[in-house]
Design a binder for this molecule. Structure first.
Ligand code: BES
Ligand code: MN
Ligand code: ZN
Length: 507
């Protein structure tokens, strides 16, 4: 949506811009880049820092406009706190804060000197992460604003940044690594756009059309329309959508990047409920508009597939998303209905608002039958209960496989898309037994996100390592961060890309 700024990398001594951002660690001597500027200006920076009581604390800023003695329009000194133990997420966050500061200062073109001196050499990878952070922070969803905000409206943040040069010690490495990270950023932006789109625009067939357009990026895309789903027997998915005038569909994306073309794929499965009213078990009116984001799992899968394709990841991955709309109407499913899922197992519908698991049940089964996955990850805005349990900082992780769970936990810590493991247990599984069918679609008041996961587990084939991520709290409406200020967060794209990249590529 947002036009990403033009990002370039250069060497530390190759300064060209009139607006310069330099970094300062808290209570440490200036790094060489800043020391040189201070010397050239006859100690201006030291003097200004003293007057402003700037000591380089995290989130502090020294903004010098038209600094005397320097051939600059502006010198921004950004406080870092301590950078010696910066992790990936810190570099991302730094890029985000630089972007925000420059936008706040209405700067259009700037240079960032990525130099923090001895003991904390900034690598090309760090620099590339800073660039990705800057790209992600610049995202905004403004396509339905008919008026363009003007520069003199104080309350409107106008992002004017169109070019950023990042000066660092390893510019060539940064360029090479950023090529891959840029692809990941594009996947995140796609996922955010999909989640933010209003539900009158992004209905199942429109979502599928946007997926089909990704064929240009080298993904093999197949869309199964409603009639095809009926022939196949995806009755649970179709039951969810039967109250809507918008036909349900399923989209399948294949990325074949592995050296061994027929290597078993990693399988990503996403809930794509384009709007969830609850159906006949209708939700209360307050906040129902948020249910346009109930396709966040499908958005994460789609964004991750785009990222993998654009960075030409050497791995085989299949993404499958179930697209539908949960509406009340004369044709809607009723509480009490019993449907036969594609797997042959029957489900008694107790609450039509527990629809996500019905959608996933059929596409999980279909995908396992067709693609013999090495591992399967399901992503869904599945339960409000996961928000009660974990809030908006962690997605819930459920898994039948400790190794896969560990991989996701590691990928989550490293990318900042954190997950927290929740239990699965035969005792919880009993809660979804039905008197009249094989199972019912809710498990009672207790442990709502666990019983939802237990329901899904009944559609995992023996021997398939499976993990389920309940992203109801993290995909949308989560608090703003250094790298995201949008309602739709794109949560899951960086996590899935990392899972594939670190644990499934070239193996
Ligand atoms: N899409 C909702 C879950 C949800 C809630 C996502 C809040 C994001 C924010 C899901 O389909 C749902 O309605 N779940 C019910 C399950 C219940 C009927 C067992 C819920 O969480 O209340
Ligand atoms: Mn629901
Ligand atoms: Zn839902």
């Amino acid at each position: 949506m947002t036009k990403a700024p033009d990002i370039q990398f250069g060497a530390l001594d190759d300064s060209r811009s009139k607006v310069c951002v330099v970094l300062s660690e808290q209570n440490r001597a200036f790094a060489p880049a800043l020391k040189a500027l201070d010397a050239r200006s006859g100690g201006l920076v030291t003097k200004a820092a003293g007057i402003a009581k700037f000591s380089g604390g995290k989130k502090s800023l020294l903004d010098l406009v038209a600094p005397a003695g320097l051939d600059l329009d502006r010198l921004l000194v950004m406080g870092l706190g301590s950078a010696s133990k910066f992790a990936e997420t810190d570099w991302l966050g730094l890029g985000g804060r630089v972007r925000a500061r420059l936008a706040g200062a209405r700067v259009s073109s700037a240079e960032l000197m990525l130099d923090i001196g001895e003991g904390a050499a900034v690598t090309g990878r760090d620099a590339a992460l800073v660039a990705l952070g800057a790209v992600l922070r610049g995202y905004e969803f403004k396509k339905y604003k008919s008026k363009k905000p003007s520069n003199d409206e104080e309350d409107e943040e106008v992002d004017t940044l169109f070019s950023l040069r990042i000066l660092c010690r390893e510019p060539e490495q940064a360029v090479a690594i950023f090529a891959g990270l840029k692809a990941i950023g594009e996947g995140v932006v796609l996922a955010r756009d999909l989640v933010n789109e209003p539900p009158n625009v992004l209905y199942p067939e429109e979502f599928a059309a946007r997926v089909a357009a990704l064929a240009g990026d080298g993904l093999e895309v197949e869309v199964l329309d409603k009639d095809r789903l009926a022939v196949i027997g995806m009755n649970a998915l179709l039951a969810v959508g039967q109250g809507s005038v918008r036909p349900s569909c399923v989209a399948i994306m294949r990325w074949r990047g592995a050296a061994q073309a027929d290597a078993k794929p990693l399988l990503l499965v996403g809930k794509g409920v384009c709007f969830d009213t609850g159906g006949i078990s209708i939700k209360p009116a307050g906040g129902m508009e948020d249910m346009k984001g109930d396709m966040g799992g499908a958005a994460a899968v789609t964004g991750a597939m785009l990222a993998l394709a654009r960075r030409k990841a050497p791995v085989n991955v299949v993404g499958i998303i179930g697209l539908t709309e949960n509406m009340p109407s004369g044709t809607a499913q009723r509480p009490g209905d019993i449907v036969t899922t594609l797997s042959g197992q029957t489900v008694e519908v107790i609450n039509t608002d527990a629809e996500g698991r019905m959608v996933l049940a059929d596409i999980m089964w279909y995908a396992q039958e067709h693609f013999q996955p090495r591992a399967m990850v399901t992503l869904a805005t599945l339960t409000g209960a996961i928000i009660v349990a974990l809030g908006k900082e962690h997605a819930g992780l459920f898994s039948n496989d400790n190794a896969l769970a560990e991989q996701l936990a590691t990928a989550g810590r490293d990318t900042g898309e954190k997950v927290w493991r929740m239990p699965l247990d035969a005792k919880y599984d009993k809660q979804v037994n039905s008197k009249v069918a094989d199972m019912k679609n809710i498990g009672g008041r207790d442990a709502g996100s666990i019983t939802a996961a237990q329901f899904l587990q009944r559609f995992v084939k023996p021997g398939v390592p499976w993990a389920h991520l309940d992203i109801a709290g993290t995909a949308m409406g989560s608090p703003s961060t250094d790298i995201n200020t949008s309602w739709g967060s794109g949560f899951g794209v960086m996590l899935l890309d990392r899972l594939a990249g670190q644990f499934y590529e070239n193996s």
